[in-house]
Design a protein around this ligand. Structure first.
Ligand code: CA
Length: 229
């Protein structure tokens, strides 16, 4: 349900991951787990998590790199879990946009307090009336924060999906041709297939229209696409 908080545990040490899962679920959070760095990145970007617990040393891709890449597309709160004495990791983690860090081994009560704090801060930002808003129906885009919500829920978009949606929102109720979209979003020097527009429209629809069971993006046959209320 919309009011349950989903925490994504990225940790390759099974014992720690399992411990975190039990403790967090006991507190009423929903959890998902991942032990591989590359898959974790994919799931964070595509998923709809309220907070990520991110181990630093992981197979596939390390936590620093994951954090850096997530921050290109999402402001989901991230708490890094670092091994003892990795002081440089702590500093680097905060530099690349992590919200907080915990040194292992940690007291669970301390971690729970930091989770509540990170969630609270994130929600406070969500509610502040700062900056420009682009809307269609109950979809809101906050360009200054690079965020999109539908019915108050975060939608995680890739850079391209975001740019495409932003262009369409800025031209709400205007039918845009594939060529216009291609030039604006992919650039004049793009030489690939124009089908790429249709492909990305499909991605957006899966994350928005299909997920929320509501039509935001309309097809105008033989012409192109339009976003409208
Ligand atoms: Ca590890």
């Amino acid at each position: 349900m919309a009011d349950s908080t989903r925490i994504f545990i990225v940790e390759d040490e099974r014992r720690i991951a399992r411990f975190l899962q039990i403790e967090l679920e006991h507190e009423g959070y929903e959890t998902e787990m991942e032990d591989n760095g590359e898959r974790a990145l994919e799931r964070i970007v595509q998923g709809n998590y309220d907070l990520v617990l991110l181990d630093v040393m992981l197979p596939g891709m390390d936590g620093m790199e994951i954090c850096r890449r997530v921050r290109e597309v999402s402001q989901v709160p991230i708490i890094m879990l670092t091994a003892c004495d990795e002081v440089e990791d702590k500093v680097a983690g905060l530099d690349i946009g992590a919200d907080d860090y915990m040194t292992k081994p940690f007291a669970i009560q301390e971690l729970l307090a930091r989770i509540r704090n990170a969630l609270r801060k994130h929600r406070a930002t969500d509610e502040s009336p700062e900056g420009e808003k682009l809307t269609v129906k109950d979809l809101i885009m906050y360009p200054s924060r690079y965020e999109v919500t539908v019915q108050g829920e975060d939608v995680q978009l890739t850079k391209k999906e975001y740019s495409l949606l932003e262009y369409m929102l800025r031209n709400k109720r205007t039918v845009l041709t594939r060529d216009q979209i291609l030039q604006e979003v992919w650039g004049y020097d793009y030489t690939g297939d124009t089908n790429v527009v249709d492909v990305y429209i499909r991605y957006l629809r899966a994350k928005i229209d299909d997920r929320f069971n509501q039509k935001y993006i309309w097809t105008v046959r033989g012409v192109g696409y339009v976003v409208k209320d």
